[in-house]
Design a protein around this ligand. Structure first.
Ligand SMILES: Cc1cc2nc3c(=O)[nH]c(=O)nc-3n(C[C@H](O)[C@H](O)[C@H](O)COP(=O)(O)OP(=O)(O)OC[C@H]3O[C@@H](n4cnc5c(N)ncnc54)[C@H](O)[C@@H]3O)c2cc1C
Length: 338
Protein backbone atom coordinates (compact mmCIF):
# COMPACT_ATOMS: atom_id res chain seq x y z
CA UNK A 1 0.00 0.00 0.00
CA UNK A 2 1.43 3.40 -1.02
CA UNK A 3 0.39 6.67 0.67
CA UNK A 4 1.69 10.12 -0.32
CA UNK A 5 2.26 13.23 1.84
CA UNK A 6 1.32 11.47 5.07
CA UNK A 7 1.27 12.86 8.62
CA UNK A 8 3.71 10.97 10.86
CA UNK A 9 1.79 11.77 14.06
CA UNK A 10 0.49 8.25 14.53
CA UNK A 11 3.76 6.69 13.35
CA UNK A 12 5.97 7.95 16.22
CA UNK A 13 5.37 7.65 19.97
CA UNK A 14 6.47 11.26 20.58
CA UNK A 15 3.33 12.14 18.60
CA UNK A 16 5.25 14.63 16.42
CA UNK A 17 3.23 15.89 13.51
CA UNK A 18 5.77 15.96 10.67
CA UNK A 19 5.06 14.66 7.19
CA UNK A 20 6.65 12.01 5.00
CA UNK A 21 6.61 12.28 1.20
CA UNK A 22 5.57 8.65 0.93
CA UNK A 23 4.81 5.66 3.17
CA UNK A 24 4.79 2.15 1.76
CA UNK A 25 3.55 -0.90 3.65
CA UNK A 26 5.43 -3.99 2.51
CA UNK A 27 3.02 -6.91 2.74
CA UNK A 28 5.46 -9.80 2.33
CA UNK A 29 9.17 -10.63 2.34
CA UNK A 30 8.91 -11.21 -1.43
CA UNK A 31 7.46 -7.75 -2.07
CA UNK A 32 10.19 -6.23 0.13
CA UNK A 33 12.91 -8.04 -1.84
CA UNK A 34 11.31 -6.97 -5.15
CA UNK A 35 11.12 -3.37 -3.92
CA UNK A 36 14.85 -3.29 -3.16
CA UNK A 37 15.76 -4.92 -6.48
CA UNK A 38 13.98 -2.09 -8.30
CA UNK A 39 16.73 0.51 -8.27
CA UNK A 40 14.42 3.37 -9.18
CA UNK A 41 12.27 2.94 -6.09
CA UNK A 42 15.43 2.95 -3.99
CA UNK A 43 16.66 6.29 -5.29
CA UNK A 44 15.07 8.40 -2.56
CA UNK A 45 16.12 8.46 1.08
CA UNK A 46 14.54 5.41 2.71
CA UNK A 47 13.65 4.84 6.33
CA UNK A 48 12.37 1.58 7.80
CA UNK A 49 9.93 2.17 10.60
CA UNK A 50 8.34 -0.24 13.08
CA UNK A 51 6.28 1.31 15.87
CA UNK A 52 8.27 4.57 15.84
CA UNK A 53 8.98 4.13 19.57
CA UNK A 54 12.73 4.72 19.38
CA UNK A 55 12.99 7.61 16.93
CA UNK A 56 12.83 11.41 17.13
CA UNK A 57 11.77 13.17 13.94
CA UNK A 58 13.04 16.76 13.79
CA UNK A 59 11.62 17.76 10.40
CA UNK A 60 9.46 16.46 7.55
CA UNK A 61 10.90 13.31 6.00
CA UNK A 62 11.63 14.00 2.33
CA UNK A 63 11.74 10.41 1.22
CA UNK A 64 10.02 7.06 1.56
CA UNK A 65 9.19 5.32 4.81
CA UNK A 66 8.88 1.54 4.63
CA UNK A 67 6.65 -0.28 7.09
CA UNK A 68 7.34 -4.02 7.29
CA UNK A 69 3.76 -5.29 7.44
CA UNK A 70 4.54 -9.01 7.50
CA UNK A 71 3.48 -10.88 10.59
CA UNK A 72 3.14 -14.53 11.53
CA UNK A 73 4.34 -16.25 14.69
CA UNK A 74 5.55 -19.83 14.11
CA UNK A 75 6.54 -22.74 16.29
CA UNK A 76 9.60 -23.95 14.35
CA UNK A 77 10.94 -26.81 16.49
CA UNK A 78 10.49 -28.53 19.85
CA UNK A 79 13.21 -30.62 21.39
CA UNK A 80 12.63 -31.63 25.02
CA UNK A 81 12.20 -28.40 26.92
CA UNK A 82 13.84 -26.36 24.11
CA UNK A 83 11.48 -24.52 21.78
CA UNK A 84 12.38 -22.56 18.68
CA UNK A 85 9.81 -19.93 17.69
CA UNK A 86 9.97 -17.19 15.09
CA UNK A 87 8.03 -14.01 14.44
CA UNK A 88 7.70 -11.69 11.45
CA UNK A 89 9.07 -8.15 11.65
CA UNK A 90 5.63 -6.56 11.71
CA UNK A 91 4.37 -8.44 14.79
CA UNK A 92 3.95 -6.18 17.81
CA UNK A 93 6.68 -7.13 20.28
CA UNK A 94 4.37 -7.43 23.27
CA UNK A 95 1.85 -9.55 21.33
CA UNK A 96 4.72 -11.94 20.67
CA UNK A 97 5.69 -12.02 24.37
CA UNK A 98 2.05 -12.75 25.30
CA UNK A 99 1.84 -15.51 22.65
CA UNK A 100 4.93 -17.18 24.17
CA UNK A 101 3.92 -16.77 27.82
CA UNK A 102 0.42 -18.08 27.17
CA UNK A 103 1.97 -21.29 25.76
CA UNK A 104 4.42 -21.62 28.65
CA UNK A 105 7.50 -20.69 26.59
CA UNK A 106 9.87 -18.69 28.81
CA UNK A 107 12.87 -16.46 28.16
CA UNK A 108 11.43 -13.10 27.09
CA UNK A 109 8.86 -12.47 29.87
CA UNK A 110 11.05 -9.77 31.51
CA UNK A 111 10.78 -7.83 28.24
CA UNK A 112 6.99 -7.56 28.53
CA UNK A 113 5.26 -4.35 27.45
CA UNK A 114 8.25 -2.87 25.60
CA UNK A 115 6.62 -0.98 22.73
CA UNK A 116 7.51 -1.55 19.10
CA UNK A 117 7.85 -4.37 16.62
CA UNK A 118 9.67 -7.71 16.55
CA UNK A 119 11.76 -6.50 13.57
CA UNK A 120 13.17 -3.55 15.52
CA UNK A 121 13.81 -5.44 18.76
CA UNK A 122 17.29 -6.73 17.77
CA UNK A 123 18.39 -3.30 16.45
CA UNK A 124 19.17 -2.03 19.93
CA UNK A 125 19.12 -5.40 21.69
CA UNK A 126 16.10 -4.41 23.77
CA UNK A 127 16.49 -4.99 27.45
CA UNK A 128 14.69 -4.55 30.74
CA UNK A 129 14.55 -6.00 34.27
CA UNK A 130 17.83 -7.88 34.01
CA UNK A 131 17.17 -9.46 30.61
CA UNK A 132 18.12 -8.68 27.01
CA UNK A 133 16.89 -10.05 23.70
CA UNK A 134 20.40 -11.32 22.85
CA UNK A 135 19.96 -14.09 25.44
CA UNK A 136 17.26 -15.77 23.33
CA UNK A 137 17.81 -14.71 19.69
CA UNK A 138 19.32 -17.57 17.69
CA UNK A 139 19.36 -15.89 14.30
CA UNK A 140 17.45 -13.46 12.14
CA UNK A 141 16.54 -13.13 8.50
CA UNK A 142 17.19 -9.85 6.70
CA UNK A 143 17.01 -8.44 3.18
CA UNK A 144 19.84 -6.37 1.78
CA UNK A 145 18.58 -2.93 0.77
CA UNK A 146 21.32 -2.65 -1.88
CA UNK A 147 20.58 -5.94 -3.66
CA UNK A 148 17.28 -7.38 -2.42
CA UNK A 149 19.03 -10.64 -1.46
CA UNK A 150 18.15 -12.54 1.70
CA UNK A 151 20.79 -13.12 4.41
CA UNK A 152 20.76 -14.90 7.75
CA UNK A 153 22.59 -13.33 10.70
CA UNK A 154 23.56 -15.60 13.59
CA UNK A 155 23.40 -14.28 17.15
CA UNK A 156 27.17 -13.74 17.00
CA UNK A 157 26.97 -11.86 13.70
CA UNK A 158 24.42 -9.48 15.24
CA UNK A 159 27.20 -8.32 17.62
CA UNK A 160 24.81 -7.44 20.38
CA UNK A 161 25.91 -5.08 23.14
CA UNK A 162 24.20 -2.81 25.63
CA UNK A 163 21.46 -1.19 23.46
CA UNK A 164 23.68 -1.97 20.48
CA UNK A 165 23.99 -4.32 17.53
CA UNK A 166 25.71 -4.41 14.18
CA UNK A 167 22.50 -2.85 12.75
CA UNK A 168 23.11 0.37 14.70
CA UNK A 169 26.73 0.48 13.52
CA UNK A 170 28.46 -0.98 10.39
CA UNK A 171 25.20 -2.32 8.93
CA UNK A 172 23.07 0.70 9.82
CA UNK A 173 20.44 1.36 7.14
CA UNK A 174 21.71 -1.58 5.06
CA UNK A 175 19.22 -4.35 5.95
CA UNK A 176 15.54 -4.81 6.55
CA UNK A 177 15.01 -7.45 9.24
CA UNK A 178 12.11 -9.68 8.21
CA UNK A 179 11.97 -12.51 10.78
CA UNK A 180 13.59 -13.21 14.14
CA UNK A 181 14.17 -16.72 15.61
CA UNK A 182 14.23 -17.33 19.36
CA UNK A 183 15.29 -20.23 21.56
CA UNK A 184 12.84 -20.44 24.46
CA UNK A 185 12.24 -22.98 27.25
CA UNK A 186 9.16 -24.80 28.48
CA UNK A 187 10.92 -25.12 31.82
CA UNK A 188 12.56 -21.73 32.12
CA UNK A 189 14.69 -20.42 34.96
CA UNK A 190 12.86 -17.27 35.93
CA UNK A 191 14.89 -14.13 36.55
CA UNK A 192 13.46 -12.02 39.35
CA UNK A 193 16.78 -10.68 40.57
CA UNK A 194 15.95 -7.15 39.48
CA UNK A 195 15.13 -4.70 42.23
CA UNK A 196 11.34 -4.64 42.96
CA UNK A 197 10.50 -7.51 40.59
CA UNK A 198 10.70 -10.27 43.21
CA UNK A 199 8.50 -8.25 45.57
CA UNK A 200 5.89 -7.64 42.85
CA UNK A 201 5.93 -11.34 41.86
CA UNK A 202 5.37 -12.34 45.49
CA UNK A 203 2.39 -9.98 45.67
CA UNK A 204 0.90 -11.82 42.69
CA UNK A 205 1.25 -15.22 44.39
CA UNK A 206 4.85 -16.32 43.72
CA UNK A 207 7.09 -17.27 40.81
CA UNK A 208 5.49 -18.39 37.56
CA UNK A 209 5.95 -17.32 33.96
CA UNK A 210 2.61 -15.52 33.99
CA UNK A 211 3.32 -13.76 37.29
CA UNK A 212 6.69 -12.49 36.09
CA UNK A 213 5.05 -11.06 32.97
CA UNK A 214 2.24 -9.46 35.00
CA UNK A 215 4.69 -8.09 37.58
CA UNK A 216 6.83 -6.48 34.87
CA UNK A 217 3.70 -4.96 33.32
CA UNK A 218 2.54 -3.58 36.69
CA UNK A 219 5.92 -2.00 37.46
CA UNK A 220 6.25 -0.52 33.97
CA UNK A 221 2.77 0.97 34.11
CA UNK A 222 3.59 2.66 37.44
CA UNK A 223 6.98 3.97 36.35
CA UNK A 224 6.83 4.91 32.70
CA UNK A 225 4.65 7.46 30.93
CA UNK A 226 2.06 6.04 28.54
CA UNK A 227 2.86 7.40 25.04
CA UNK A 228 -0.91 7.69 24.45
CA UNK A 229 -0.98 10.36 27.18
CA UNK A 230 2.51 11.91 27.07
CA UNK A 231 4.45 11.40 23.86
CA UNK A 232 7.82 9.78 24.64
CA UNK A 233 10.25 7.16 23.39
CA UNK A 234 11.24 5.52 26.68
CA UNK A 235 14.83 6.19 27.76
CA UNK A 236 16.18 9.01 25.65
CA UNK A 237 19.75 8.30 26.81
CA UNK A 238 21.71 5.15 27.59
CA UNK A 239 23.05 4.56 31.07
CA UNK A 240 26.70 5.61 30.67
CA UNK A 241 29.45 3.06 31.20
CA UNK A 242 32.69 4.48 32.62
CA UNK A 243 36.05 3.05 33.66
CA UNK A 244 36.68 1.77 37.19
CA UNK A 245 38.94 4.75 37.94
CA UNK A 246 36.36 7.33 36.75
CA UNK A 247 33.64 5.57 38.77
CA UNK A 248 35.92 5.49 41.85
CA UNK A 249 36.62 9.22 41.62
CA UNK A 250 32.90 10.03 41.20
CA UNK A 251 31.96 7.77 44.12
CA UNK A 252 34.42 9.66 46.33
CA UNK A 253 32.64 12.93 45.48
CA UNK A 254 29.09 11.50 45.40
CA UNK A 255 28.92 8.50 47.80
CA UNK A 256 25.18 7.94 47.14
CA UNK A 257 25.69 7.64 43.36
CA UNK A 258 24.25 4.34 42.03
CA UNK A 259 26.90 2.30 40.18
CA UNK A 260 26.80 -1.30 38.90
CA UNK A 261 29.48 -3.58 37.43
CA UNK A 262 29.11 -3.80 33.64
CA UNK A 263 29.78 -6.88 31.47
CA UNK A 264 32.46 -4.86 29.65
CA UNK A 265 34.54 -4.65 32.84
CA UNK A 266 33.60 -1.00 33.36
CA UNK A 267 30.96 0.50 35.65
CA UNK A 268 27.43 1.38 34.59
CA UNK A 269 26.05 4.59 36.09
CA UNK A 270 22.35 5.45 36.36
CA UNK A 271 21.81 8.12 33.70
CA UNK A 272 18.52 9.16 35.34
CA UNK A 273 20.30 9.85 38.64
CA UNK A 274 22.96 12.01 36.94
CA UNK A 275 20.26 14.02 35.13
CA UNK A 276 18.25 14.41 38.32
CA UNK A 277 21.31 15.70 40.21
CA UNK A 278 21.62 18.43 37.58
CA UNK A 279 18.11 19.57 38.51
CA UNK A 280 16.32 18.42 35.35
CA UNK A 281 13.75 15.96 36.73
CA UNK A 282 10.22 17.21 35.99
CA UNK A 283 11.56 20.38 34.26
CA UNK A 284 9.98 21.77 31.09
CA UNK A 285 11.14 24.01 28.27
CA UNK A 286 7.78 24.87 26.74
CA UNK A 287 6.11 21.56 25.91
CA UNK A 288 9.40 19.63 25.83
CA UNK A 289 10.01 18.15 29.26
CA UNK A 290 11.81 15.68 31.49
CA UNK A 291 9.54 13.04 33.03
CA UNK A 292 8.89 13.64 36.73
CA UNK A 293 9.30 9.96 37.71
CA UNK A 294 12.22 8.91 35.48
CA UNK A 295 14.64 11.60 34.31
CA UNK A 296 16.03 9.42 31.48
CA UNK A 297 12.71 9.89 29.67
CA UNK A 298 11.92 13.07 27.73
CA UNK A 299 8.26 13.82 27.13
CA UNK A 300 6.16 15.85 24.74
CA UNK A 301 3.59 17.66 26.87
CA UNK A 302 1.53 18.45 23.77
CA UNK A 303 2.95 20.74 21.15
CA UNK A 304 6.71 20.31 21.44
CA UNK A 305 8.61 20.05 18.18
CA UNK A 306 11.29 17.45 17.54
CA UNK A 307 13.87 20.24 17.44
CA UNK A 308 12.76 21.49 20.89
CA UNK A 309 13.10 17.97 22.32
CA UNK A 310 16.49 17.63 20.66
CA UNK A 311 17.66 21.02 22.03
CA UNK A 312 16.50 20.04 25.52
CA UNK A 313 18.47 16.79 25.23
CA UNK A 314 21.58 18.78 24.26
CA UNK A 315 21.18 21.04 27.32
CA UNK A 316 20.90 17.96 29.53
CA UNK A 317 24.00 16.39 28.02
CA UNK A 318 25.93 19.64 28.50
CA UNK A 319 25.04 19.96 32.18
CA UNK A 320 25.82 16.29 32.94
CA UNK A 321 29.19 16.72 31.23
CA UNK A 322 29.89 19.92 33.21
CA UNK A 323 28.90 18.49 36.60
CA UNK A 324 30.19 14.92 36.33
CA UNK A 325 32.50 14.87 33.29
CA UNK A 326 30.34 12.03 31.91
CA UNK A 327 29.13 11.90 28.31
CA UNK A 328 25.49 10.85 27.84
CA UNK A 329 24.88 8.97 24.61
CA UNK A 330 21.42 9.04 23.05
CA UNK A 331 19.60 5.70 22.93
CA UNK A 332 17.00 6.89 20.43
CA UNK A 333 17.65 7.63 16.77
CA UNK A 334 17.41 11.30 15.79
CA UNK A 335 16.14 11.71 12.24
CA UNK A 336 16.86 14.95 10.37
CA UNK A 337 19.90 16.16 12.37
CA UNK A 338 23.30 14.57 11.83
C1 LIG B 1 7.26 3.93 26.88
C2 LIG B 1 8.47 3.28 26.25
C3 LIG B 1 9.22 2.36 26.97
C4 LIG B 1 10.33 1.74 26.40
N1 LIG B 1 11.02 0.84 27.14
C5 LIG B 1 12.10 0.21 26.62
C6 LIG B 1 12.84 -0.75 27.38
O1 LIG B 1 12.48 -1.07 28.51
N2 LIG B 1 13.91 -1.34 26.81
C7 LIG B 1 14.31 -1.05 25.53
O2 LIG B 1 15.31 -1.62 25.08
N3 LIG B 1 13.64 -0.15 24.78
C8 LIG B 1 12.55 0.49 25.29
N4 LIG B 1 11.86 1.41 24.53
C9 LIG B 1 12.34 1.75 23.19
C10 LIG B 1 11.63 1.00 22.04
O3 LIG B 1 10.40 0.49 22.45
C11 LIG B 1 12.48 -0.14 21.48
O4 LIG B 1 13.72 0.33 21.04
C12 LIG B 1 11.78 -0.87 20.32
O5 LIG B 1 12.51 -2.02 19.96
C13 LIG B 1 11.60 0.02 19.09
O6 LIG B 1 10.74 -0.65 18.20
P1 LIG B 1 9.99 0.09 17.04
O7 LIG B 1 9.32 -0.94 16.20
O8 LIG B 1 9.11 1.15 17.60
O9 LIG B 1 11.22 0.74 16.26
P2 LIG B 1 11.29 2.12 15.50
O10 LIG B 1 11.32 3.23 16.50
O11 LIG B 1 10.26 2.18 14.45
O12 LIG B 1 12.72 2.01 14.83
C14 LIG B 1 13.89 2.00 15.61
C15 LIG B 1 15.09 1.77 14.68
O13 LIG B 1 15.02 0.47 14.12
C16 LIG B 1 14.97 0.51 12.68
N5 LIG B 1 14.06 -0.55 12.27
C17 LIG B 1 12.78 -0.73 12.68
N6 LIG B 1 12.28 -1.87 12.16
C18 LIG B 1 13.26 -2.42 11.40
C19 LIG B 1 13.37 -3.60 10.60
N7 LIG B 1 12.37 -4.48 10.49
N8 LIG B 1 14.54 -3.83 9.95
C20 LIG B 1 15.58 -2.98 10.05
N9 LIG B 1 15.54 -1.84 10.79
C21 LIG B 1 14.40 -1.57 11.47
C22 LIG B 1 14.49 1.92 12.36
O14 LIG B 1 14.94 2.34 11.07
C23 LIG B 1 15.14 2.72 13.48
O15 LIG B 1 16.49 2.95 13.19
C24 LIG B 1 10.73 2.05 25.07
C25 LIG B 1 9.95 2.99 24.34
C26 LIG B 1 8.83 3.58 24.91
C27 LIG B 1 8.01 4.54 24.10
Amino acid sequence: MIRKNVSLKSFNTFGLDYKADCIITLKSEESAAAFFRDRESCGKPLLILGGGSNVLFTSDFRGTILLPGFGGIRLEEMNGSDVVVSAGAGVKWDDFVEWCVSRGYGGIENLSLIPGSVGAAPIQNIGAYGSEIRETVIKLKAISIATGSVTMFSNEQCRFGYRESVFKNEKKGKFLITRVYFNLETNPRLNTSYNLLKEEVEKLGGESLRNVRDAVINIRRRKLPDPEIFGNAGSFFKNPVVSLSVAGALKADYPSMPAFPDQSGGVKLAGGWLIEQCGWKGKRAGDAGVHDKQALVLVNHGKATGKELYDLSEEIRKSVMEKFGVCLEREIEVIGIT
